[in-house]
Design a protein around this ligand. Structure first.
Ligand SMILES: C[S@@+](CC[C@H](N)C(=O)[O-])C[C@H]1O[C@@H](n2cnc3c(N)ncnc32)[C@H](O)[C@@H]1O
Length: 222
């Protein structure tokens, strides 16, 4: 895989079996998949057009990704996750919905942003329900921390947005404090889910268990 030696991993390694349909889709739609190997991506070539780029980190099974891409055909959406099963499901959803603006990248989003996308080239970064790492001794594995917000700031265009949602209250407080204190960002929304973001699969499990979601959107200052 693609984690850089010595870096903290924000994800768990899962060994699931690929269903036959997903495996077949991954084979057939291979040109829509970016391997996160550190090689710079030619984004217009990947999408076959030049359009504002949204990067969704940790797209999971991709339901929200596909719905948001369908509602926003003028932007390109690159979904990155370490788990190939969900990326395969997303590609199938995109195919079923005839979505021409979805591509996927398999591997660590930190590597994708740092080594493979150009500074100032991203219109929006989404992080919906990052692994909460609820135990105090694991909190250092949370994705959204100062090095990550610095990296995202370097990849966003001026005025571009970082949108984070979580249902783990201490994580929400951490993200809020981080983005309010960060000189590169201006917080433009905090609180309820904005209408354009559908409820995600992970979020629904939390809602069923009585946990409310919290969204923070910050804009990169010019
Ligand atoms: C809790 S799940 C949420 C999935 C989906 N966004 C949802 O709300 O249903 C978090 C996802 O983030 C992915 N993830 C965590 N750290 C990542 C990283 N550094 N790069 C790419 N994906 C990552 C995990 O593999 C997992 O699929």
């Amino acid at each position: 895989m693609t984690a850089t030696r010595g870096e903290i991993r924000s994800y768990r390694i899962r060994r699931g079996r690929l269903g036959a349909t997903t495996a077949e889709a991954l084979d057939r739609l291979g040109e829509l998949i970016v391997a996160v190997d550190g090689t710079p991506v030619d984004v217009p070539a990947l999408f076959g057009r030049d359009a504002p780029l949204v990067v969704e980190i940790g797209s999971g099974m991709g339901e929200a990704t596909a719905a948001m891409a369908a509602a926003d055909p003028a932007r390109n959406v690159l979904a990155v996750d370490v788990h190939v099963q969900g990326l395969g499901r997303l590609l199938r959803r995109a195919e079923d919905g005839a979505l021409a603006n979805v591509r996927v990248a398999q591997g660590d989003a930190n590597v994708l942003l740092r080594d493979m996308l150009l500074p100032g080239s991203v219109d929006e970064v989404r992080v919906f329900f990052p692994d909460p790492w609820p135990k105090a001794r694991h909190a250092k594995r949370r994705l959204v921390q100062r090095p990550f917000t610095d990296l995202v700031a370097s990849r966003l265009r001026a005025g571009g947005r970082l949108h984070v949602a979580t249902d783990w209250a201490p994580y929400a407080e951490q993200v809020q404090a981080l983005l309010h204190a960060h000189p590169a960002y201006e917080v433009v929304h905090e609180g309820e889910r904005p209408e354009h973001r559908p409820v995600t699969r992970f979020e629904q499990r939390g809602l069923d268990a009585g946990r409310a979601a919290y969204d923070v959107v910050a804009r990169l200052r010019p």
